[in-house]
Design a protein around this ligand. Structure first.
Ligand code: PEP
Ligand code: MN
Length: 257
């Protein structure tokens, strides 16, 4: 179902006015929704710069249980309010059955994160929802395992799956993950599903986000997911890889060129 074997037509997934798989789509926003003012400021900035999709985590799968875990339903409410106010499509991560119902209720796209790409029961459950799914590649998943995870979702009834390459674990530790751009080119050959790239988690370093974003589109990526923050140094999660507004604006300009 995810493979190109049975079709040579690339899938276009429409969410409101946004068409994944047609033209390059930029998704941006903070790692986590932190408060009303933060998400409103970021959403307003995206609207002014014609970025159509707002991201923001409310259920954060953090490495340490002592780190900020997200605002849960309150965060989703803030994200949804900002999305409505500025006419942005919204996406947030679901981590279990409970958050899945909430994300499906408040957001336009349901994100399944790298840590849950191998959670087959969750994949079957998200397959029962009628909202598009943004499926991130597991940090130790092969390309084949990634596509098989998408297969689970489609087989369960939800054919609107957007794939997201977000880097894999390798021996390299200068970067947080190794962004696997060969996987993007390979998936364009193997699957009809839209594939986007997250150079923020893919590198873990702010200075690498712009060059990797450009490379992602050059190899056939059909969109980007970029972490941005109004005050990156004060971000409650992933500030180190988040772009400030002016750097992000330059990135958009460079992409246009
Ligand atoms: C995220 O996008 O918020 C995230 C946690 O990313 P990943 O699942 O790729 O680590
Ligand atoms: Mn993050």
């Amino acid at each position: 179902l995810a493979s190109k074997d049975n079709t040579n037509k690339d899938t276009v997934i429409r969410v409101k006015d946004v068409q994944f798989g047609k033209e390059p789509i930029v998704i941006a926003g903070p790692c986590a929704v932190e408060c009303e003012e933060q998400i409103d400021t970021i959403a307003s900035f995206l609207h002014k710069n014609s970025v159509p999709v707002l991201r923001g985590g409310a259920y954060k799968p953090r490495t340490s249980p002592y780190s900020f875990q997200g605002l849960h339903e309150k965060g989703l409410q803030m994200l949804s309010a900002a999305g409505k106010k500025y006419n942005l499509v919204t996406v947030s991560e679901a981590v279990d059955e409970h958050s899945l119902k909430q994300v499906a209720h408040y957001c336009d796209i349901i994100q399944i994160g790298a840590r849950n790409m191998f959670n087959y029961e969750l994949l079957k459950k998200v397959g029962k929802f009628s909202k598009p799914v943004l499926l991130k590649r597991g940090m130790s998943a092969t390309i084949s395992e990634f596509l098989t995870a998408a297969e689970y979702i489609i087989k369960s009834g939800n054919k609107d799956v957007i794939l997201c390459e977000r880097g894999i674990r390798t021996f390299e530790n200068y970067t947080r993950n190794t962004l696997d751009l060969s996987a993007v080119a390979a998936i364009r050959e193997l699957s009809h599903l839209p594939v986007i790239v997250d150079p923020s988690h893919g590198s873990g370093r702010r200075s690498l986000v712009t060059p990797l974003a450009k490379a992602s589109l050059a190899v056939g990526g059909q969109g980007l997911m970029i972490e941005i923050h109004n005050e990156p140094s004060k971000a409650l999660s992933d500030g180190f890889q988040s772009l400030d507004f002016s750097t992000f604006k330059n990135l958009l300009l460079e992409l246009k060129t």
